[in-house]
Design a protein around this ligand. Structure first.
Ligand SMILES: Nc1ncnc2c1ncn2[C@@H]1O[C@H](COP(=O)(O)OP(=O)(O)OP(=O)(O)O)[C@@H](O)[C@H]1O
Ligand code: NI
Length: 380
């Protein structure tokens, strides 16, 4: 993996300004996507996966804002700030203008697929008509050429009888078939990268499996890279080459997929894996203990410590950066957990936290001036 990455994200920070305070939805994440790779972004609801994905295409709207970090794609600057002369921050000159992002990048270079195809398809126009129009607008083709291309794409994504289905409306398609249409639309301009935000979550398991097989196959044939957003470790195992695990706005573990599963290095990832349904185990699932705190007022130290079975006193104080914990054939294995020797902050000597203690330590540490959304009820 010595070549330049296709997409490079460094220390990305995206925040929402709300009445109750600043929501640090994405709080300094860094990752790359190389050509031909399927990279996973996984984590529970509220981790910041969608905000991160939208940030990559500069689709964040007020009250949200990217406040820091750098996004580069094929060497071009999608986002970057620099210090200006009077102590503020300004957009770097190299950063692409909004209309360039709209005209050259979105759809053509980086396409996006969302969970709900009905939001992306217009119910009053035929599926084929929408696909044809999209192709006509984005590629230099005449109406009839675009129609032929649209039918070819429908066939390509496994829609049976595409000439016939071309003239049907979105409601005449099943959920899985609609998702295939969106994949056809995403592929239509032959982008180098597709960002897929939970595209199979609403589908039943069999159809989900078919869509995943389709993506795997298309990925092979077109060489398209994917950023695959999901909360499902089963899907990650199925499809991803490398994985980023997100917790409360941060990436806590980053590894090639096999290493993530067989040499799990962050207790949060371990908990996600424990809660995953597996065919070789009885129906009893192990839910992750506790609920994810709000991104508005994250716990001190390691953000996962109040739920972590391995938490020690030091974890309430030290906020771990993500560090390389092992080198593998397929790249570095990185984790943000001080129990690893590279951190050297006295984890071994530190006193383990009892479940009750975690809350006490946390409330003692948090500043009384900070707005709290839950009224501190959890600490009673
Ligand atoms: N428009 C908004 N205003 C305020 N906060 C927001 C807004 N959009 C997202 N957030 C907050 O940002 C955080 C991250 O949300 P995000 O949607 O990225 O999570 P996610 O990981 O995609 O979760 P899910 O699996 O539920 O889709 C959450 O705390 C959420 O409440
Ligand atoms: Ni989401």
């Amino acid at each position: 993996m010595s070549t330049e990455p296709l997409l490079c994200v460094e220390n990305l920070q995206t925040q929402f300004h709300t009445k109750s305070g600043i929501v640090r939805a994405v709080d300094g994440i860094s990752f790359t996507v190389h050509e031909g790779e399927i990279v996973g972004l996984v984590g529970e609801s509220g981790a910041g996966k969608s905000v991160a994905s939208m940030s990559l295409l500069r689709l964040i709207e007020s009250p949200g804002e990217i406040v820091g970090g750098e996004i580069t794609y094929k060497g071009e600057t999608i986002f970057s700030l620099e210090d200006d002369t009077d102590g503020g921050r300004r957009e770097r000159e190299a950063m692409l203008a909004n209309d360039e992002i709209r005209r050259r990048i979105r759809g053509n270079e980086i396409a996006m697929i969302f969970q709900d195809p009905m939001k992306s398809l217009n119910p009053v126009f035929t599926v084929g008509g929408q696909l044809r129009e999209f192709i006509e607008l984005n590629r230099d083709l005449s109406g009839s050429e675009a129609e032929t291309e649209a039918i070819r794409m429908l066939r390509e994504v496994g829609i049976p009888d595409p000439e016939q289905r071309y003239g049907e409306y979105p409601h005449q398609f099943s959920g899985g078939m609609r998702q295939r249409v969106l994949i056809a639309m995403a592929l239509a301009c032959e982008p180098s990268l597709i960002i897929a935000d939970e595209p199979t979550t609403a589908l039943d398991v069999t159809v989900e499996g078919q869509i995943i097989d389709l993506v795997d196959d298309l990925q092979d044939r077109y060489g398209t890279s994917f950023l695959w957003v999901t909360h499902d470790m089963g899907v990650v195992a199925e499809i991803c080459d490398r994985v980023n695990v997100m917790y409360l706005g941060e990436i806590v573990e980053q590894a090639p997929v096999d290493d993530l599963f067989y040499d799990t290095s962050h207790p949060y990832t371990a908990a996600l894996l424990e809660s995953m349904p597996r065919p070789d185990r009885a129906t009893e699932l192990e839910p992750i203990e506790g609920v994810m705190p709000e991104a508005i007022d994250p716990p001190s130290g390691c953000r996962f410590h109040p739920r972590c079975p391995d938490a020690r006193e030091v974890c309430t104080r030290v906020h771990p950066e993500t560090k390389t914990v092992a080198e593998t054939e397929d790249g570095p294995h990185r984790a943000a957990c001080v129990k690893h020797d590279v951190f050297d902050v006295g984890y071994d000597e530190s006193v383990p936290l009892e479940s009750g203690e975690k809350a006490t330590v946390e409330s003692a540490e948090s500043s009384p001036n900070q707005p709290s959304t839950d009224g501190g009820g959890a600490h009673e």
